[in-house]
Design a protein around this ligand. Structure first.
Ligand SMILES: Cc1cc2nc3c(=O)[nH]c(=O)nc-3n(C[C@H](O)[C@H](O)[C@H](O)COP(=O)(O)OP(=O)(O)OC[C@H]3O[C@@H](n4cnc5c(N)ncnc54)[C@H](O)[C@@H]3O)c2cc1C
Length: 551
């Protein structure tokens, strides 16, 4: 059991409060996780608090791509294409279990946004700016080649397609793996810990926060030399508490994704296409599902619970049926969905889709550092930039020297396999181990891709605790994952487990339905929930299941 366990909450609070930290990060999405890791590996004392579950904000609700941002070429945002394009390779090599290359096809049509020439030039510029390796550089297809790759494409006026590589990921698991690495290095991180107030000294400088535990209501004071607001869509709420919400502000835009079964939407090739209003949409095969997104509309509702509306669903169904006309999909085919909020920096007079995704740091009079904008893909570079700023401030204020960022070549948790090449060898070896303990090849592969080197613990739990799984009426693989999620990934509720530890709510709803009772009972027993808590967490999961469908 590590200090990233649901059974160690009191101990973690003890360590967060016992001495003044160098950096306290507020927010446990990918931005906060990246900052914690970067700062910790430079030798700082680091704490991180998250008011919901880790990654419960935008970082579990993205398109789940580590990508070079081809669409930013359209906006002539060359800097962001170059930056995130190069970061993509780093994210991949440091965590090849959680990020996988995916060839993407970009079909073009007579009269469409792109033609053969513009696609070819665009992808060439992209290869150059993003420093794409030779084996993954763009290819161009004629009509037959394009249809060969994906027979479902609309054939009318099809002129050909571009072919290039993006990387598929699991955003919530990426966040957890980064955070687990930070904790392994000594960072203290806790979920369900909400910053409800800020503490200042006589000079009005920020010196600490008051945190309220969202499970038992207890309050704690945490002090730190530097406090970083990495709260994504909530950045302005914290700036408001700090009295520093002046000048630049956030503009939240909502993006939704729909999930279909492979049977209803048998896509064999990932496609990046433009809808009738010119927005670019991804259709991506994943396990036995196909998912499609996204929309981009201004959002002003409850930040914690953005949901899918009938309009969102109709818009995406319209785009799908126009690109894949033989499918004739309706709302009845939607198996699941999710909605997320982009924490963009407002730009006067621009439509949601036109606002830049660049990141920026705001520093308030009190010293609060807020990080806004950005992408999942660029998290490491964003973290490096803001920690560089902190290092500069600490040097000026206290003459303390810290090293430069060390995350460029640092594998994240589960990624200690020697990069993408090493992962191939590791996978072969571990599949054998999986077969030896009674898993099928497919089951072993899924677990290896999910947990990387940590799969060894999962395999051990599967083997040693199979009887306990049966006693608790939980299927043995699910039981091994559940025990791991409690002991090593701080899951506290069934929603934490089924959404952010396993992704099952989006991509395997049957598993949720079959295992939810066993999982809930086991969590209630081992985490000693009260009756009220059991009802609350059960209802929460039911609500999440309902919200993932509007039909
Ligand atoms: C629809 C959509 C698709 C996207 N697709 C991609 C993609 O494919 N690739 C890509 O690179 N990027 C993508 N992005 C962007 C990317 O997902 C975000 O930039 C990133 O996840 C933001 O992470 P974050 O940590 O800043 O915010 P969040 O993940 O929202 O984390 C902030 C955290 O702060 C916590 N918090 C808030 N207030 C407090 C408080 N008072 N105390 C404690 N904690 C608090 C919240 O609970 C939350 O968990 C997409 C975004 C959207 C919306």
């Amino acid at each position: 059991m590590t200090l990233f366990s649901s059974f160690q909450r009191e101990k973690i609070y003890g360590e967060l409060t016992e001495e003044r930290l160098d950096i306290l990060v507020i927010g446990g999405g990918i931005t906060g996780a990246g900052i914690a890791l970067d700062a910790k590996t430079r030798g700082m004392k680091v704490g991180l608090v998250e008011m919901q579950d880790f990654a419960a904000g935008t970082s579990s609700r993205s398109t789940k791509l580590v990508h070079g941002g081809l669409r930013y070429l359209q906006q002539l945002d060359f800097k962001i294409v170059a930056e995130v394009g190069k970061e993509r390779e780093i994210v991949y090599e440091n965590g090849p279990h959680v990020t996988t290359p995916e060839w993407m096809m970009l079909p073009f049509y007579k009269g469409g946004t792109f033609g053969s020439f513009t696609t070819n030039i665009g992808l060439r510029v992209y290869d150059f700016l993003a420093g794409v390796k030779r084996s993954e550089r763009r290819k161009m297809f004629n009509v037959n080649e394009a249809l060969d790759k994906e027979p479902l494409l609309n054939k009318e006026n099809l002129k050909g397609a571009g072919y290039y590589v993006e990387y598929k990921t699991d955003d919530a698991r990426l966040t957890l793996e980064v955070l687990k690495k930070a904790v392994e290095h000594g960072a203290k991180a806790i979920n369900y810990a909400k910053v409800v107030d800020l503490i200042y000294n006589k000079e009005n400088k920020l010196i600490g926060v008051i945190v309220e535990d969202q499970i038992n209501g207890q309050k704690y004071k945490i002090f730190a030399k530097k406090i970083i607001n990495a709260t994504g869509p909530w950045v302005d709420e914290l700036r408001e508490i700090d009295g520093s919400k002046q000048g630049k502000r956030l503009h939240l835009t909502k993006g939704v994704h729909l999930v279909f079964s492979k049977q209803d939407f048998p896509l064999q090739q990932a496609i990046y296409f433009d809808s009738e209003d010119g927005r670019m949409i991804f259709a991506i095969p994943r396990d036995n599902k196909t998912y499609v997104g996204t929309t981009d509309t201004t959002y002003e509702g409850d930040i914690a619970h953005p949901t899918l509306t009938v309009e969102d669903q109709d818009y995406l169904l319209g785009a799908i049926n126009s690109m894949f006309p033989t499918l004739k999909l309706t709302f009845a085919h939607v198996e699941s969905s999710w909605a997320g909020l982009r924490p963009l920096i407002a730009e006067e007079g621009k439509k949601p889709g036109e606002i830049s995704r660049k990141d920026e740091v705001f520093i308030s009079e009190s010293g609060l550092l807020s990080m806004a904008g950005g992408k999942l893909t660029g998290y490491r570079k964003m973290a490096k930039d803001i920690v560089d700023e902190v290092v500069k401030e600490l040097k000026d204020e206290e003459g303390i020297l810290y090293t430069s960022s060390e995350t460029r070549y640092l594998p994240i948790s589960g990624g200690e396999v020697g990069g993408s090449e090493g992962f191939k060898v590791f996978t072969k070896q571990k599949v054998k181990c999986g077969l030896e303990i009674g898993l099928t090849k497919e089951e072993a592969l899924n677990l290896i891709r999910q947990y990387g080197t940590n799969v060894e613990t999962i395999f051990r739990l599967f083997k040693e605790r199979a009887n306990e799984a049966l006693e608790n009426a939980i299927e043995p693989i699910t039981f091994a994952e559940l025990v791991y999620a409690l002991d090593y990934e701080m899951a506290f509720t069934p929603a934490d487990f089924f959404i952010r530890r396993t992704g099952s709510l989006f991509f395997d709803k049957d598993r949720v339905e079959q295992q939810r009772v066993g999982v809930t009972n086991y969590m209630a027993k081992s985490l000693q929930w009260s009756k009220d808590q059991t009802v609350k967490y059960e209802q929460e999961l039911t609500k999440m299941i309902q919200e993932s469908c509007v039909n």
